[in-house]
Design a protein around this ligand. Structure first.
Ligand code: FAD
Ligand code: NAI
Length: 475
């Protein structure tokens, strides 16, 4: 006998669990199915983000940054910390605790919102009269039916062709977050978001880090000026980034990993490392969902095909997050989850893809929203640019972190903000002001005329907005 719900959500990552909560808030009876297990076999809702993504990576970035500060920056404050060492096992255990707090938090939210959590794999069985039947297999074993199904099954790491992850030597994001001791030499394939964040963690802890990137341009999707500044900073810190390489055979053995590659000059090279992290993007995940049982359409990349409203080809079946088109970001997944729950309730859920912020949590942090200067040039749009360096910001000087700048791009005629790009301290927090401004279609002058607290890093944002009109006050 199948249990009947109004809405069944498959996947409890940021897309799924947030969709479930919003649907419950709107008065629906909701079940959320997720198969992730913690190391004791218990439920671990939160998906990639909570278990092997956003949260654990930020925990390790924080720990390694403390270590880096103790070793390299305390002295300038007159704090003498000699012989500072890192207990990697403790650092990893702390990260695991942070993850568990988040898993438990989501289980609490399910209870609070009266959502039935089913721990197991959800698979379509068949379309029923006006709905769908799904089978849950795992810790929970049952059948559920619902008129509305939200698929939020996420993504998995892409492996190099012919080189599967063994999570001992050749690591995906999962293994990269569980390395037990600082490797002497660490290699990474791909200088994207994971490559830079994970490379930074282990570089700060003492590993010699080499990143091999296939493209000839560093961070091609980022504003060129920002990418150039970040590249300079990372290189100075000791991250070795080789661009324009072609990765060949990867051999993994007892002594570590050797990577054959051709460099940008066409010369044959070999990189010998203790561990190799492969971070070359992620693939949408529909494993075990039995999409074929109901005729759910996937695109050529294996993503679930959806329209602008996250509707699939099947009536009453929606899909959100990493498993559909668009940026693979937790907050994008959440926004889609909320919008879909609201659409099911007959409301007008909305996601503005133009104002989805991006953040890379390196040091300096990189954050942006809207269009880059190269995109504006390519589209032929007339624009004005203004930037302000943290070097001229009092708070940044007091913090001892003056790398980078804030850059505004605004329409040449209307002054509407078209993009904001930040490289520097707390860029992840500063970018929110730009997102709000763009959501309200503010002009650069609007930001320039707003009172910002002194001393604060946000004054660099105001000054960059002033710079659009060539009237900075402190530079
Ligand atoms: P997921 O989080 O992948 O969740 C999908 C869930 O569905 C999983 O729990 C999975 O077990 C479950 N599932 C799949 N199929 C089934 C099934 N058939 N039955 C039951 N359960 C199923 N994004 C950011 O915005 N900020 C960051 O700082 C950030 N850092 C990241 C760091 C790393 C190392 C990685 C790998 C990713 C990071 N991301 C970050 C990306 C972010 O994790 C994803 O965009 C986000 O998790 C996508 O959410 P989702 O709900 O679509 O899918
Ligand atoms: P990515 O798409 O950010 O970067 C992959 C890089 O690998 C690219 O630069 C690409 O050119 C390169 N590449 C691809 N194939 C290659 C090959 N064969 N040889 C050499 N280089 C190759 O993907 P990444 O870093 O794996 O992260 C996946 C996704 O996870 C990100 O796109 C992002 O959506 C999400 N994420 C977000 C974070 C954040 O928001 N702070 C942090 C980490 C991940």
């Amino acid at each position: 006998m199948s249990k009947q719900f109004d809405v069944v959500v498959v996947g409890a990552g940021p897309g799924g669990y947030i969709a479930a909560i919003r649907a419950a808030q709107l008065g629906f009876s909701v079940a959320c199915i997720d198969e992730w297990k913690n190391d004791k076999g218990g439920p671990a809702p939160g998906g990639t983000c909570t278990n092997v993504g956003c949260i654990p990576s930020k925990a390790l970035l924080q720990s390694s940054e403390h270590f880096d500060h103790a070793n390299h920056h305390f002295a300038e404050h007159g704090i003498l910390a000699k012989g500072v060492t890192i207990d990697v096992a403790k650092m990893i255990a702390r990260k695991d605790t942070v993850v568990k707090q988040n898993n438990d938090g989501i289980l609490y939210l399910f209870k609070k919102n009266k959502i039935t959590f089913l721990h197991g794999r959800g698979a379509f069985v068949k379309a029923t009269d006006g709905g769908y039947e799904l089978r849950v297999s795992g810790v929970s074993e049952e059948s559920v039916t619902a008129r509305q199904v939200i698929l939020a099954t996420g993504s998995t790491a892409r492996a190099l062709p012919g080189t599967p992850f063994d999570e001992q030597n050749v690591l995906s994001n999962d293994g990269a977050l569980r390395i037990g001791a600082v490797p002497k030499k660490l290699g990474l394939i791909g200088s994207g978001v994971i490559g830079l964040e994970m490379g930074s963690v282990w570089r700060r802890l003492g590993a010699e880090v080499t990143i091999l990137e296939g493209l000839p341009t560093f961070l091609g999707a980022v504003d060129e000026q920002v990418a150039k500044e970040a590249h300079k900073a990372f290189t100075k810190q000791g991250l070795k980034i080789e661009l324009g390489v072609k990765v060949g055979e990867v051999k993994s053995g007892k002594k570590g990993v050797s990577v054959a590659y051709t460099n940008a000059k066409g010369e044959a090279q070999t990189l010998e490392v203790d561990k190799l992290i492969v971070s070359i993007g992620r693939v949408p995940n529909t494993t075990g969902l039995a999409a074929e049982a109901v005729g759910l359409k996937l695109d050529e990349r294996g993503a679930i095909e959806v329209d602008g409203d996250c509707k699939t080809n099947l009536p009453g079946v929606w899909a959100v997050g990493d498993v559909v088109r668009g940026p693979m970001l937790a907050h994008k997944a959440e926004e889609e989850g909320v919008a879909v729950a609201e659409r099911i309730a007959g409301q007008h859920g909305h996601v503005n893809f133009n104002t989805v912020p991006w953040v890379i949590y390196t040091s300096p942090e990189i954050a942006w929203v809207g269009q880059t200067e190269q995109q504006l040039k390519a589209s032929g749009r007339a624009y004005k640019a203004g930037s302000f360096p943290f070097l001229a910001n009092g708070r940044a000087r007091a913090l001892g972190d003056t790398t980078g700048f804030v850059k505004f791009l605004a329409d040449a005629a209307s002054d509407e903000i078209l993009g904001v790009h930040i490289v520097g301290p707390q860029a992840s927090e500063l970018i929110s002001e730009a997102v709000v401004a763009m959501e309200f279609r503010a002009s650069a002058e609007d930001i320039a005329r707003i009172c910002h607290a002194h001393p604060s890093l946000s004054e660099a944002t105001k000054e960059a907005a002033l710079a659009v009109d060539k009237r900075t006050l402190n530079f």
